[in-house]
Design a protein around this ligand. Structure first.
Ligand code: PPS
Length: 300
């Protein structure tokens, strides 16, 4: 696609809608009332994340758990066509993910990037199991920056310096990373939430899969668990067209600018942050995270 056409596409999609001070993609605008009234079922499993925190990865693990390690079944469709988002829909799709979710037979797995206070209330009422995945903010920020570069669904990030300011101010789609991770951290004391960390899954996927299994009340043989670890490793997923997001139209995800499966490595932020950026970020982080018991590991 010509550069001018690409930019036009970008600018037409970059408006965001604020709900309770949280910028959400414009695509959520028309359906927001319906999102709020979404009817959860008690056996729904919700995968909740701030963007770029490992959604696609943990989704793949959960789908493999559900399908008892059957690789073929997990390659039945692309990641985006296997389980719906509640509040989002990719722009090329004819049907809303929300409608797909409503029609889906149980047991459903549903994805969301919403902060905990914007979750459809029926999810709490039905006491659904929720798996939340958090990623350290520095790698999350760098990943989000590159994602803004490669997708037409988000505005041009201009530069990493500018994006860092926006990220710290929470002036990005899905709002403040700080509010997101802290909100869900507080919610876990009142609801059925398994709070996972991207870096822990990277460090010891097997141990974290065991945690997921226990939370879901499932058991799998060690052989199947090893198979899941292998097929959901970064290198294998990167080669899997049903998981690496290359099947999406190139006007939506332009992999020639940056791969969706980019680095997948805790500590990559060190290749991007300058010393000054790191100092600014650390100072702000300390202020924003004061008083919480939540801690993050920025390298492994
Ligand atoms: S999105 O667009 O919000 O749904 O993105 P999300 O899937 O949450 O996050 C994308 C980042 O997760 C990395 N990823 C992985 N890391 C390690 N192992 C595996 N298997 C894996 N799969 C995806 C992906 O590469 C993005 O991170 P970066 O740092 O950009 O590489």
């Amino acid at each position: 696609m010509a550069q001018a056409e690409k930019m036009e596409k970008k600018s037409s999609l970059m408006n965001v809608l604020e709900i309770d001070g949280v910028p959400l993609p414009v695509i959520s605008k028309e359906i927001w009332a319906r999102v709020c009234h979404f009817q959860a079922r008690p056996d729904d499993l919700i995968l909740a994340t701030y963007p770029k925190s490992g959604t696609t990865w943990i989704h793949e693990i959960l789908d493999m758990i559900h399908n008892v390690g059957d690789v073929e079944k997990c390659q039945r469709a692309t990641s985006t066509d296997r389980h719906p988002f509640i509040e989002l829909t990719f722009t090329h799709k004819e049907k809303l993910d929300l409608d797909w979710a409503i029609e889906m037979p149980s047991p459903r797995m549903l994805k969301t990037h919403l902060p905990s206070h914007l979750i459809p209330p029926s999810i709490w009422k039905q006491n659904c199991k929720i798996i939340y995945v958090a990623r350290n903010p520095k790698d999350c920020l760098v990943s989000f920056y590159h994602f803004h570069r490669m997708t037409s669904m988000l505005p041009d990030p201009q530069s990493l310096e500018k994006f860092l300011e926006k990220f710290m101010a929470g002036n990005v789609v899905c709002g403040s990373w700080y509010d997101h991770v802290k909100g869900w951290w507080a919610a876990k004391d009142k609801h059925q939430i398994l709070y996972l960390f991207y870096e822990d899954v990277k460090k010891n996927p097997k141990r974290e899969i065991h945690k997921m299994l226990e939370f879901l009340g499932k058991t799998l043989s060690e052989e199947v668990i090893d198979k899941i670890v292998y097929h959901t490793s970064f290198d294998v997923m990167k080669q899997n067209p049903m998981a690496n997001q290359t099947a999406l139209p190139s006007h939506i995800f332009d992999h020639s600018i940056s791969n969706f499966m980019r680095k997948g490595m805790p500590g990559d932020w060190k290749n991007h942050f300058t010393v000054a950026m790191n100092e600014t970020f650390d100072k702000h982080y300390k202020k924003m995270m004061a008083g919480t018991t939540l801690t993050f590991c920025t390298e492994i």
